[in-house]
Design a protein around this ligand. Structure first.
Ligand code: WTA
Length: 639
């Protein structure tokens, strides 16, 4: 169902006022791979298959494809049909015995400021050993291996080791609770889980192993658990099920053959929130994914091969998959991984790291920029940020104020801001400037070459300039999702049957008279809290699973820092009385069902919830009432 209207997102006015053009600097233009953006867009639009085929030749294949694109089984599209490849061959193997081998692949800094690094050769060895370790535990091509790890090198090593042997990784964000982890393990029928004994955050030690032990009580099909030791604390290990990472991996051979897989062989499953209580397992495959991710990274971030690059995301989200691990390694550059948080121990942590490692490209999220903006510009001023030449943004619309702060105080007016719009499902950037694109603060500018994007009404008619509508993608692209794991019907219904013939993104947008796209948030009941996608329905079902709750309706409210926060309207069972302690208990319950990111910041107890005659909660009515907006069409309201 399409529920929000453009005015309800509250962003239109700010965005419409903001039309100032930022031209690329002479230096940016000089460096730019693509100097004539309009001509490049036009050529790719004329023949997208030619464009993608050319992009595919930049990578190595074990056997060439017979057909670039196949749409026989719409909407189950295939790319590079008949080709044999493996993304790990492109991310690691092909760099061996070349000058890249000696370069730093991963730079890592811990929460406490400890440092580790891997050259490409060392990473290759570490991945081979882990792949052999997985094989020893019985992992075979097509098996699912889950990780529940913080941002540590072993997270990347495990992903690569799985891909290398044709196993499918399912990375679960380490901020999720044991229950949320179990839901994902069950859906993927996971064979092996990789975790660490503890994690670190803001100087505190977080117990990770116990969360996994709890999850595995519900998941007996998970036969083995691999535990990375992060400190010397005593760890309770289950015999024949649990293995310490180093005990398993260190004795392994450092030789492991990369398995050639079909282009369409699944690379990973990544769960993301939708409009129902169950997350969707989004499937990506080796061939098309590597092509889309590589080309988009190389072009949008103008990669020359000698950069130190830092994406502040977590490997638990798509940004971590595509643009912390796979794209930078395929490009042979240095990718920085950071375990900690941006304002610990002081609000300049992030700027300190940029200075220390001489980061050239910083890719982060608007929520982080807004949070750091609040501490003031004296913090970035303490550091030499002159190594930066390009800035990126992702996750939610960047408001013009944050855009300008980032541009002035971090980029010193010289770095282009590449605002990349994309999704777990798209695998790669879909709307993004290239460095030579003139920018408007707050707009993601134009579609990536080869991608056809439109703003339409509910019947699929293109909206005129300035008028809002549904953001859709009108053609196919190589790194598109290949489905929802074990649920083809949901795949069709969610993405292809909402508006006929096009991919439905779920976002609202408009295009201005110059053709710039302005993203305005979601049209459905999916919240974006600090850039994390979470469904209203998921939070509601977590609340309803508490014995005191009869029913709950959850909406998103604007939040200055996080973009959005959740408010829950709750109907209590008669025998329960409203109290501070009950509120605290319900919050705790959501935390244990889903994890801290899903906890509503506000709870309101109500007698009744607005519903349709068929009994569905009308969240948009709750939201309009809460924000003092017009109710809109309430003809389906029951009461
Ligand atoms: C939102 C994250 C505006 C959007 C890569 C999308 C954005 C959802 C932007 C996907 C952006 C992401 N400007 N909105 N630059 N990037 N979004 O799957 O609503 O975690 O549908 O992927 O984030 O979130 P996901």
């Amino acid at each position: 169902m399409i529920k929000k209207t453009i005015s309800q997102t509250g962003l239109t006015d700010v965005l419409l006022k903001e039309k100032q053009l930022y031209k690329p600097s002479a230096k940016t233009l000089k460096m730019a791979k693509i100097k004539n953006v309009p001509a490049t867009l036009k050529a790719a639009q004329k023949d997208p298959l030619k464009f993608w085929e050319e992009a595919a030749t930049e990578l190595e294949w074990f056997a060439p494809w017979k057909k670039v694109f196949e749409d026989r089984h719409k909407p189950f599209y295939e790319w590079f049909v008949g080709g044999k490849c493996n993304i790990v061959h492109n991310a690691l193997d092909r760099h061996m015995d070349t000058p890249v081998e000696k370069k730093t692949a991963i730079l890592w800094e811990s929460d406490a400021g400890k440092h580790r690094q891997f050259t490409y050769r060392q990473l290759h060895t570490a991945v081979n050993k882990m792949a052999n370790g997985l094989k020893m535990l019985g992992v075979k091509k097509g098996d699912r291996v889950a990780t529940y790890l913080q941002n540590i090198p072993e997270a990347a090593i495990t992903m690569l080791a799985c891909a290398k042997i044709g196993a499918i990784h399912s990375v679960v964000y380490a901020g999720f609770s044991g229950n949320a982890l179990a839901t994902r393990l069950k859906d993927g029928r996971v064979k092996v889980l990789v975790t660490s004994n503890v994690g670190h955050r803001r100087g505190k030690v977080i117990d990770m192993k116990t969360v996994c032990d709890d999850a595995l009580k519900q998941c007996h099909f998970v036969k083995k658990m691999i535990v990375v030791r992060q400190n010397d604390d005593l760890v309770k290990m289950k015999r024949n099920r649990d293995f310490f990472y180093h005990d398993l991996v260190d004795p392994q051979s450092d030789i492991c053959k990369t398995v050639p897989v079909d282009s369409e062989h699944p690379l990973f499953i990544l769960y993301t929130s939708g409009t129902t209580g169950t997350p969707k397992g989004i499937i990506h495959v080796h061939g098309g994914y590597m092509v889309g991710v590589n080309r988009s990274f190389q072009w949008a971030f103008d990669i020359r091969g000698d950069e130190t690059y830092w994406c502040t995301a977590d490997p638990g989200w798509i940004t971590g998959h595509s643009y912390i691990v796979y794209a930078p390694l395929m490009a042979g550059i240095t990718t920085l991984m950071f375990e900690g948080v941006p304002d610990y121990p002081r609000p300049d942590r992030i700027w300190k790291i940029v200075e220390k490692y001489k980061v050239n490209i910083l890719y982060t999220a608007p929520t982080l920029i807004r949070a750091l903006m609040r501490y003031g510009e004296q913090w970035p001023k303490k550091h030499d940020l002159s190594s930066l030449h390009l800035l990126g943004s992702v996750g939610e619309p960047i408001n013009p104020e944050a855009w300008r702060w980032y541009h002035k105080n971090i980029g010193h007016g010289k770095c282009p801001i590449i605002d990349t719009w994309w999704q777990t499902e798209t695998g790669m950037f879909m709307i993004t400037p290239l460095p030579a694109t003139p920018l408007k603060s707050g707009s993601a500018t134009f579609p990536f070459p080869g991608i056809e994007v439109d703003v339409v009404d509910s019947k699929g008619n293109s909206a005129p300039a300035g008028k809002g509508g549904f953001l859709v993608i009108k053609n196919q692209w190589p790194s598109m999702l290949r489905g929802v794991y074990k649920d083809p019907a949901r795949y069709k219904k969610t993405y292809w049957n909402k508006i006929k013939g096009v991919y439905f993104t779920g976002d609202l947008a408009h295009r201005d008279k110059d053709g710039y796209f302005w993203i305005q948030g979601r049209s459905d009941d999916v919240l974006s809290i600090a850039g994390h996608r979470i469904g209203s329905a998921e939070i509601e079902s977590a609340l309803v699973s508490h014995p005191a709750v009869v029913e709950a309706g959850v909406i998103g409210k604007p939040d200055e820092i996080k973009g959005e926060r959740a408010k829950a309207f709750v109907i209590l069972k008669k025998k329960y009385k409203l109290s501070e302690s009950l509120i605290a208990e319900l919050k705790k319950h959501v935390r244990s069902e889903l994890g801290p990111i899903a906890v509503p910041s506000e709870l309101e107890f109500v007698e009744k919830l607005p519903k349709t005659r068929s009994g569905k909660i009308m969240r948009r009515v709750l939201k309009a009432q809460e924000l003092g907006e017009k109710l809109g069409d309430v003809s389906t309201l029951a009461d």
